[in-house]
Design a protein around this ligand. Sequence first.
Ligand code: NI
Length: 186
Amino acid sequence: MKLPVYLYGHPVLRKISQDVTPQYEGLKQLVADMFACMYESEGVGLAAPQIGRNDKIVVIDADPVSDSFPECAGRKFTLINPEIEILDGEKISRAEGCLSLPGLSENVPRVEHIMLRWVDENFQPHEEEISGFLARIVQHECDHLEGKLYIDHISPIRKQLIRGKLSNIMHGKIRCDYPVKYAPRR
Ligand code: NI
């Protein structure tokens, strides 16, 4: 099934996601649909709230940015119930975008070294130390599961400067190359 990306302003993006259990119906199909949605919209990561589900599911394929960030080469993940432990608190700012915020990109401070623990779609546990831009992608996607967006990490001044663009996304006054679902009218 073709999934639309829920855009900024939709309340589903602000809710905390629930743990996924082995009884979760249609998990493998959903993961496949999420990968298809991510590839169609040319993203490197997608979290379940972005397709309207508050469940702890993330898909990542970081390979498309491996020219700039070699640590991303060939790195593809299905993260169920991911948990992040920060290994080094030093933050570095780099540009980020989000499929739920089309046309926007901002510098976001994040740590560069994390320990990631998760289960895959077969509920096999994994643990891996992750660094660099790959750690950034993982943090960005896991933020979605906590109802957070990257714009929550930028300065109030920057947020003020992009207020008009955010309002346009929220009110459906944008065009997008991939299928989207706009925030409900209030
Ligand atoms: Ni995002």
